[in-house]
Design a binder for this molecule. Sequence first.
Ligand code: SF4
Length: 343
Amino acid sequence: MVELAILSKYPFLNASKEYVTQNNLSIEELLNDPIYKRARTIGVQRIDNAFEKIDVGNRSFASEADCIMELLSYPIARMIAVCINDNYFKKRYALGEAVHAYRNLIDEKLSFLLDVLKEFDINVKYDEEKNNVSIYFVDYLKYAPTRYKEWKMINRSMEKGFIKIKHKELARILQEALRLRINEELDERDCNKTVFDIFSSDIKRIQNIVLLHRKKIEAEPIGKLDVKKLPPCMKDILAAIQAGENVPHMGRFALVSFLNSMKLNINEILKLFSTAPDYEEEKTRYQVEHITGSISSTSYKPPGCQKMRTYGICPVEKIDDLCKKTRHPSSYYRAKWKEGDKK
Ligand code: SF4
């Protein structure tokens, strides 16, 4: 039996779920019984911390009761997250859980990480003699943040389909696998009415915070850029980034190169990305600096409409009359400015 303290630290593990099942705990008890009031309070804390700090937070594990409350706070937080019913929030919550797990996982022994990886069906090989671990390239590509330089395949050596990986990197792989798993699970579930009724004041409070946060993001000027004049394609990519959607590399590339061509500086572009729930400044800065040419010899030009269509990032159902007359998102934007000047 895995220690209770471990289960509380990693409440997403199968053993943690088994603990709850074996103790015959019903959802009704969890939600109503005064014994679990602390678990409910911590559940709300998890939610608040995930949104504000992108980490569900540390609490005391001093007693058995502490551990049980911590463990039970996890399913409660998830049920509340579903009822908040906001895509951006759910993504931010999933990230908060995953980042918290990562911060604990980096201090665990390799054997523990290997067990957790197994639970996530991530194919890794451990060479005891050489004391090195490698990961199957398909899993690597699925979970590694390959948009960053050190994770790019070109900077990795592969042998018979397996890529060598360090201890800390395994924890990062697990962070991503957990984030995706929680995202998926939250998307699949519907809000339970009892959960909504019990936590209604917290749910409404957080919904308001999310709403204010969104309004702040949308009202924030991006350099001299007038967001209202953006072509439909750029509006879509921008909205997806701000809502925490998974924007494909080409979409990010098109937006950054477009903004660069509009003379926005790197900090202004970064500010725009900083509202994404999985924003990591250092890494995003590298990407932006690369596309804009400030750390490479090439400053990439934004793709034209034809290329945007080929990559599936021109929202054909939203194109307007100006789109029909233009061949480049930048020309669209300039034409909009001219239209404005004439009025
Ligand atoms: S037609 Fe061009 S400017 Fe208009 S949405 Fe498509 S890619 Fe963007």
